[in-house]
Design a protein around this ligand. Sequence first.
Ligand SMILES: C[S@@+](CC[C@H](N)C(=O)[O-])C[C@H]1O[C@@H](n2cnc3c(N)ncnc32)[C@H](O)[C@@H]1O
Length: 244
Amino acid sequence: MELPANNADYREQDYWDTRYQTEEKYDWFSAYSSFRNLLKNDIKSEDKILMLGCGNSTLSEEMYKDGFKHITNIDFSPVVIQKMADKHSDLQEMSWLVMDICDLRFEPCSYDIVLEKGTLDALMVHEKDPWDTSVETLQKIDSILQQVTSILKPGGKFISITFAQPHFRKPLYACDKYNWDVNVSTFGNSFHFFYFVMEKGKQLSEKDRINEKERQKRKQERSCEKIVYLKCDDEEEFLFGIDL
Ligand SMILES: C[S@@+](CC[C@H](N)C(=O)[O-])C[C@H]1O[C@@H](n2cnc3c(N)ncnc32)[C@H](O)[C@@H]1O
């Protein structure tokens, strides 16, 4: 396996293209069997499923063989998409597309399920402090989530499988503007992973709504503190207001 020199490389297409030239198969976190019971509760066999950042995982193949056949797989690596399309040419109801998850080109309300495993993590692992994610990453994730909720049919579900603990990931997902609720389960033996389900059209729980309001308030207060710094009389004091 080609490990990156730096965690930031997980965001780069070049890294994945090089890795997929030689790597045939790799399942991030764990394989289908370890969270199959959770997926079975959330997905029906006739559902149209969009897989974000499929990589060379066995997940889509295993789901297909288990009856979930209508899967569109996307990844920004043309290398892995070509390899996976060739390898699974017999699984005819499944399709493989080169596409960036930051620019999802699908019709609104066109999928019952959007599923990702480790793909959003790949966009965030370079962050130094999970309590204080950079504005750049927050904006990117927000843009992806807005596209995801638009693509989902009413009552559709976004399923996100991650190593990120709920206290880090929930604040990103539990926002009123996405028009979904957020539920989380865990799976795994020695190491626990997290299975988030967001159902479009459902309201956030009271607790999630209060927490979101608190976060918005703190954000507002922080930006006001910066304005106070920037208005300081001493001309050079403004330097303290800049996040380096
Ligand atoms: C950590 S791997 C997860 C692969 C697979 N989902 C699994 O569970 O094993 C992340 C995958 O996301 C893809 N990826 C990363 N950023 C992407 C982007 N902006 N658009 C589309 N795919 C992306 C990578 O090429 C890679 O295949």
